[in-house]
Write a protein that binds this ligand. Structure first.
Ligand code: MUC
Ligand code: MG
Length: 367
């Protein structure tokens, strides 16, 4: 169970449909596949998605920090020393998705070594999650058509609508068009990625007051401290903190400040080890949680699913597990399948995924 090598492999897979939102847009999945090797021939895998507009990381930076800093810090440790790994990686500031991919690849290797699914090692609550699909910026008719396709093809009935454009009517018109089209048959919530001011957010939420939203997420920046508290205090739906809470300490800070009332847990930024801390903290604080998506590929989505299915509160709400549907291809030998609005986790050991070597050879960009 001793770690002998850590590889960081950059790859690039185009999206068939780019995702656009208030803080950026994504056209190509330029991610990093992390492989952790052990002395008994086990290989654990996970992926890191660079999101410069959210965490400041880049693909080259992720490869460099893993090759030069993290790999030397974890080689020689065993798969059971995950808290030692966490402590060593914490010596480096930032780099959340690089750290998380190393952490999750170690958990994958541990599960494979023990012959047990990671979801069961973490908590083993269920084997499936309802799926929520993210609708990126477009005109109302196109976004309604996409929701229709997702419902008819995959049975998805929960949609997170990206908002944060100006004037706010551009977005409120989309949410209204979705409600008009689907009535009470779908659940809707909105994510602003900090695009609006607090007062624009308040106006937009008033315009949508009759639309039965489940949640509102990061409508305005958490750095607008007073404005954000003012906004959250007047909403009658939970306000989800996403990019403002990349660590458990940030969760405490934002919740105690009245800047949020619910939490998005993203394994892409907190791996399994720190996501577990965030989950336990949220439970102790009595916060609702949603499993979020860092616009992950199938490897990252399988990680989110493994964590989400491990606990009751993480599997209660629909999880954001469908961004991979917008990619032209992926790395898995057995692609994830969403049906009847659910994603089932694979019962095999580790995270439950297998990398297709031909696909990796085709999409890796370092050779
Ligand atoms: C989300 O929930 O915000 C877009 C930006 C980011 O950091 O994550 C995605 C999805
Ligand atoms: Mg978000």
């Amino acid at each position: 169970m001793k770690i002998t090598a850590v590889e960081a492999i950059p790859f690039a897979i185009p999206y068939s449909k780019p995702l656009r939102f208030a803080s950026g847009e994504v056209h190509i999945a330029e991610h990093v596949l992390v492989r952790v090797h052990t002395d008994d021939g086990i290989v654990g895998v996970a992926e890191a998605p660079p999101r410069p507009f959210t965490y400041g990381e880049t693909q080259d930076g992720i490869v460099a920090v893993i090759d030069k800093v993290f790999a030397p810090q974890v080689i020689g440790l065993t798969l059971l020393e995950r808290e030692v790994v966490t402590g060593r990686l914490a010596r480096t500031v930032g780099n959340p998705t690089a750290k998380s991919a190393v952490d999750m690849a170690i958990w994958d290797a541990l599960g494979k070594s023990l012959g047990l699914p990671v979801a069961e090692l973490l908590g083993g609550y269920t084997d499936r999650m309802r799926v929520s699909h993210m609708l990126g910026f477009d005109d109302p008719a196109t976004m309604v058509a996409e929701a229709e396709k997702m419902r008819d093809t995959y049975g998805i009935t929960t949609f997170k609508v990206k908002v944060g454009r100006r004037p706010v009517h551009l977005d409120t018109a989309v949410v209204r068009a979705l409600r008009d089209r689907f009535g009470a048959d779908v659940d809707l919530y909105v994510d602003g990625n900090r695009g609006w001011t607090a007062s624009e957010s308040a106006r937009a939420m008033k315009e949508m007051a009759d639309l039965g939203l489940l949640f509102a997420e990061e409508l305005c920046p958490a750095d607008d401290v007073i404005g954000r508290r003012w906004l959250v205090g007047q909403l009658d739906v939970p306000f989800i903190a996403d990019e403002s809470v990349p660590t458990a300490a940030d969760v405490t800070r934002e919740i105690l400040a009245g800047a949020a009332t619910a939490i998005s847990i993203k394994t892409a930024r907190t791996g399994f080890t720190a996501s577990r801390r965030v989950h336990h903290l949220a439970e102790g604080l009595g916060l609702e949680v949603v499993i979020g998506n860092q616009i992950d590929g199938q490897v990252g989505t399988a990680c989110a699913l493994a964590f989400g299915t491990a606990f009751e509160s993480t599997s209660r709400n629909a999880g954001e597990l469908s961004n991979f549907l917008d990619m032209t291809d992926d790395l898995l030998a057995h692609p994830l399948q969403i049906s009847d609005g659910h994603l089932h986790r694979c019962a095999s050991a580790g995270i439950g995924i297998e990398i297709d070597p031909d696909k990796l050879a085709h999409y890796r960009t370092d050779r």
